[in-house]
Design a protein around this ligand. Structure first.
Ligand code: ADE
Ligand code: ZN
Length: 337
């Protein structure tokens, strides 16, 4: 099964670039930029990655991002992740970035986005991994701050495919960002949002009704409300699920209790993703492998998940079809091995 998963052509739709900062690179960049970090070694950093909830993680994640100062840092971070995509047979990745995490420290929006964008272009050329960029607003900050970020992004409008909403969910419902999402849609960006990770089903209702999102990031708590499930199925809104993240942040007690299979059984469209792989113990293939084992998923179910990753990506229909054809050939040749 591991070989089937490792070689399965797939897309990743839920990935925070700041969450790909491996401890080794954290040290390398911190040394180069003369930034002191409160850890002695890579092992000490890894030992600190114990989380009781989303906020525990976010505190460490924002601290880690403080080593990123220059365009070169964002380039390296992104290119290294895209190399990992290549190694894991990820053909296409939709990368979220949190500009406010950087602009609030005095880093220019331009340095951040130019570094990321150059790496995306180089990866397309040299690794044949395609990628889109999702500008994610930090929901613990104000809507006014999100509007400022939107303004800063406008000179780079064509580099951005979609907008997202992340950070501390509880107490920061989608309704807080209704107007800024409307403005983003008017600019031609596609609306997406985290919802139902720690927040209840009402957060997902608001994301689909008020922000008009095409996909929900996480969406675990959708199963609390059968009417919501029916609506997500009817509106064809997919959930980008992140099993190892859910385990690390104690959204689920164990992977055996993860709702992914139940979601599929009730007709929801789900994908499997790594969220913040440097913090949660593994990349996308590890997420597939662990959830497969825990829930006893068969190859047909894994194939469905990989199909969803292309079908619910933001690629155009022609590119989707090319990936789906390659995937189908792969599955037909490997389903009985
Ligand atoms: N930012 C990075 N990872 C996140 C997650 N899992 N939930 C909310 N915000 C995030
Ligand atoms: Zn996320």
């Amino acid at each position: 099964m591991k070989t089937y998963i490792d070689n399965l052509p797939k897309a990743e739709l839920h990935l925070h670039i700041e969450g790909t900062l491996e401890p080794e690179l954290l040290f390398e960049i911190a040394n180069r930029n003369h930034i002191k970090i409160p850890f002695e070694s890579v092992e000490a950093v890894k030992a600190a990655y114990q989380f009781n909830c989303l906020q525990d993680f976010l505190d460490i994640y924002y601290q880690g991002a403080e080593v990123l100062l220059y365009e070169r840092d964002f380039y390296e971070l992104t290119y290294r992740y895209l190399e990992k995509c290549k190694d894991q047979n990820v053909k296409h990745v939709e990368i979220m970035f949190d500009p406010q995490t950087h602009t609030n420290r005095g880093i220019s929006f331009q340095s951040v986005i130019t570094g990321i964008r150059r790496a995306m272009e180089d990866a397309q050329k040299h690794l044949h991994v395609s990628s889109f960029l999702i500008l994610s607003f930090l929901r613990h900050l104000s809507e006014e701050a999100a509007f400022e970020t939107l303004q800063q992004a406008l000179p780079f409008k064509s580099w951005i495919k979609a907008v997202g909403l992340d950070s501390s969910e509880k107490g920061n419902p989608p309704s807080k960002f209704k107007r800024v999402f409307k403005a983003a849609v008017q600019e031609g960006w596609i609306p997406l949002a985290h919802a139902g990770e720690e927040g209840d089903a009402t957060y997902i209702w608001e994301a689909i009704d008020l922000l008009k999102v095409q996909r929900i990031d996480h969406g675990n708590n959708a199963l609390q409300d059968p009417n919501l499930v029916a609506e997500l199925v009817k509106r064809n809104v997919a959930l980008t699920v992140c099993p190892l993240s859910n385990k690390a942040l104690q959204v689920v007690k164990s992977l055996e209790e993860h709702p992914l299979k139940k979601m599929m059984d009730v007709g929801l469209k789900v994908t499997v993703n790594s969220d913040d792989p440097a913090y949660f113990g593994g990349g996308i293939n590890r997420n597939f492998e662990e959830i497969q084992k825990a829930l006893q998923l068969g190859k047909n179910e894994l194939y469905t998940i990989a199909r969803n990753s292309f079908e619910y990506s933001l690629l155009d229909d022609k590119r989707k079809q090319q990936h789906l054809t390659e995937l189908e050939t792969y599955h037909l040749n490997n389903m009985t091995l």
